[in-house]
Design a binder for this molecule. Structure first.
Ligand code: ADP
Ligand code: MG
Length: 604
């Protein structure tokens, strides 16, 4: 048998090393490990928030402070009002109080700042990061910048943890729990939604994901991890003052997450370790080099950050794994698909010939440009309608109006009899409309299976807590089995576990069809599905679409390949300069003088 190390064995080794470390290491290193653990907790939150979710926060140190101050104040106060007094009974109660307070505050701050886009969000985090820091320093009952001591140790099974090497085990237990829950979360229905936030928001919404909620979720989780770190910190130090919760520390946390590997949970521990040890070492070395004292290490970290961002975007973690893999062979892990998982419930199917989608006088203006002008079209269950027209005619814009990705300037869109214009793509997808994009919107580093499973988001219901503690596995098996079925159906089975970004462009389009089908739609909008496909693949796609039509699905497609369109579709709508210039059966449209003039004439 080949010798390989599985992730589980690597984890067991890591835990074993953690267990013996305080028994064999001098006290100084145990202290260092304590701090690495505390920082790692915050960095894990930042991996989730920034690395995975794409939301940069400079303000995490303020949440650490909130955790530390909450427990510090409540466990040392002698004159708490009656309704709060019971909290001072045990640090475990103040941990809960701190987490609740942090969740509430993070929710409020999130409401105010998470809607900011681009650079405004990081700037917003700097603003509240600084505000909280000054609040800690200026509130009289927090004893200003001097802070206060006398914080008791945490009591576990009647023993108060007084020494560093005792708190060590508590800290690393917290770190491991954070790793466990975060990794689980990322490997779930909610996790896929979170992983789609960076670069896939439009797609995710169109697949039924509430992206605003997903952003809030990771913001609160990151804040809670920071708060728990602050709680541990206060009971390790027995002393609380504002210095460790300022903006500069917030920046350091971000360094840790980025240097370690912004997209990898374990990278947070690597980053925390690396930065902490380097800082310790540089704080010794640099003042001697420069001949004066100062925080020179910050400059060094700045340079390090720039190098990492240039040379190793994904941080140290993937590099370490591949170096390790060269010495010790690592077993590859692959998602298992349970073919016997019970099928997901399906929506009530429309009657044959039912009017599914009606666009009525849809107009969309971009400034002075009228991309769609009074466009009307109808799609019924069990028919394929093609929308054709020269480049720039407004076909994709029309798709966006119909699918809720965009809102028409005027006009109406009815889906299954209900007015949907302006209701957003998530609401419309929930009613049974699913789509693909002309410019494919896939998540290139996720597997084909995971990409397609995003389509099933709205067909599952297990939330963040269930995912974190692995209570979602039965539902997850059903979601993945459904995704796998649709992947097989469109003919991508051999690429099931490949990275989606590695597929040819034509195959990525087919992936999008599988993803759309996974949402159990009754109407499909396909924007140029055959572009980039080889002849055989086009034939297979045509067969698939015929089969879907036979099952009663309505299909609206934009396509340039006239051979593909003419033999396949039931009716055609022709657009030019944002307006409808013809509509009818393929043979009618083919011979329409206006169409020949505007479109086919130009091709022949
Ligand atoms: P088609 O899909 O038929 O090739 P599009 O719908 O992509 O055409 O584009 C129609 C016209 O609208 C083009 O002139 C395009 O430049 C313009 N357009 C599309 N989207 C936008 C936008 N978001 N902002 C400004 N102009 C746009
Ligand atoms: Mg287009």
């Amino acid at each position: 048998m080949k010798f390989e190390v599985s992730p589980r064995q690597a984890l067991a080794l890591f835990i074993a090393l953690l267990l013996v470390a305080p028994m064999v290491l001098p006290a100084f290193y145990v202290t260092l490990l304590n701090y690495i653990g505390l920082y790692a907790m915050v960095a894990i939150g930042l991996v989730l928030l920034t690395g995975v979710g794409g939301l940069t926060s400079f303000g995490q140190a303020a949440f650490v402070g909130l955790g530390a101050y909450t427990t510090g104040v409540l466990t040392t106060a002698t004159d708490l009002p009656g309704w709060l007094a019971w909290l001072s009974y045990s640090p475990w109660l103040t941990l809960i109080a701190g987490l609740l307070l942090t969740a509430a505050l993070a929710y409020l701050i999130g409401l105010l700042t998470l809607r900011l886009s681009g650079h405004y969000l990081p700037l917003g985090t700097i603003a509240w990061g600084i505000s909280l820091y000054y609040l800690f320093g200026n509130l009289e009952f927090l004893q200003g910048h001097t802070g206060f001591g006398g914080v008791p140790g945490v009591t576990v099974f009647g023993h108060e943890l007084r020494k560093g090497e005792q708190v060590y085990y508590l800290i690393w237990l917290f770190v491991l729990l954070a790793v466990f829950t975060t990794t689980n979360l990322l490997d779930s229905r909610e996790g896929r939604a979170i992983r789609a936030l960076k670069g896939g928001m439009v797609m995710a919404e169109a697949m039924g994901v509430n992206t605003a909620r997903a952003r809030m979720v990771i913001f609160i989780i990151a804040a809670l991890l920071a708060c728990a770190s602050g709680w541990l910190y206060a009971h390790l130090q027995r002393f609380v003052n504002p210095t460790p919760f300022g903006l500069n520390v917030g920046i350091e946390y971000l360094f840790m997450a980025v240097v370690g590997g912004a997209g990898h949970v374990w990278g947070a521990i690597v980053g925390a370790g690396l930065i902490t040890v380097l800082k310790q070492w540089l704080q010794d070395l640099l003042p001697r080099v420069f001949g004066q004292s100062g925080n020179f290490e910050i400059i060094f970290f700045g340079v390090l950050m720039v190098i990492i961002l240039h040379k190793a975007r994904a941080g140290m973690w993937p590099i370490l794994v591949s170096l390790f893999g060269r010495v010790v062979p690592l077993a590859s892990v692959r998602r298992t698909i349970d073919p016997n998982a019970p099928a997901l419930a399906r929506r009530a199917q429309p009657r044959a010939g039912e009017l599914l989608l009606a666009g009525k006088a849809v107009t969309r203006k971009f400034g002075g440009l009228v991309a769609c002008n009074g466009m009307s079209l109808e799609v019924r269950a069990g028919e394929i309608l093609a929308l054709i027209g020269p480049n720039g005619a407004g076909k994709s814009t029309m798709f966006n109006q119909l699918s809720g990705v965009d809102t028409p300037t005027s006009g109406e869109v009815l889906f299954r009899g209900k007015s949907v214009a302006g209701r957003g793509s998530r609401a419309i997808s929930a009613m049974g409309l699913s789509r693909t994009f002309q410019h494919v919107k896939i998540l290139p580093t996720m597997s084909v299976l995971e990409n397609v499973a995003i389509g099933a988001h709205a067909r599952g219901s297990k939330g963040v807590l269930a995912a974190a503690w692995r209570l979602d596995r039965a539902e997850e098996a059903r979601l993945l089995a459904e995704a796998a079925r649709q992947i097989e159906r469109v003919g991508l089975a051999e690429h099931m576990h490949d990275e989606a970004g590695a597929l040819a462009l034509g195959q990525q389009r087919i992936l999008e069809i599988a993803r759309a089908l996974t949402s159990d739609p009754c109407l499909l909008l396909l924007d140029e599905p055959a572009a980039g496909l080889r002849y055989k693949e086009k034939v297979a796609l045509g067969e698939l679409l015929r089969k879907l039509r036979g099952e009663g699905m309505g299909i609206l497609l934009v396509e340039h390949d006239m051979d593909f369109v003419m033999g396949l579709v039931d009716r055609i709508v022709v657009m030019e300069f944002g307006e409808k210039i013809a509509e009818g059966l393929p043979e009618e449209v083919q011979n329409d003088p206006a169409v020949l003039e505007a479109y086919l004439g130009g091709v022949e």
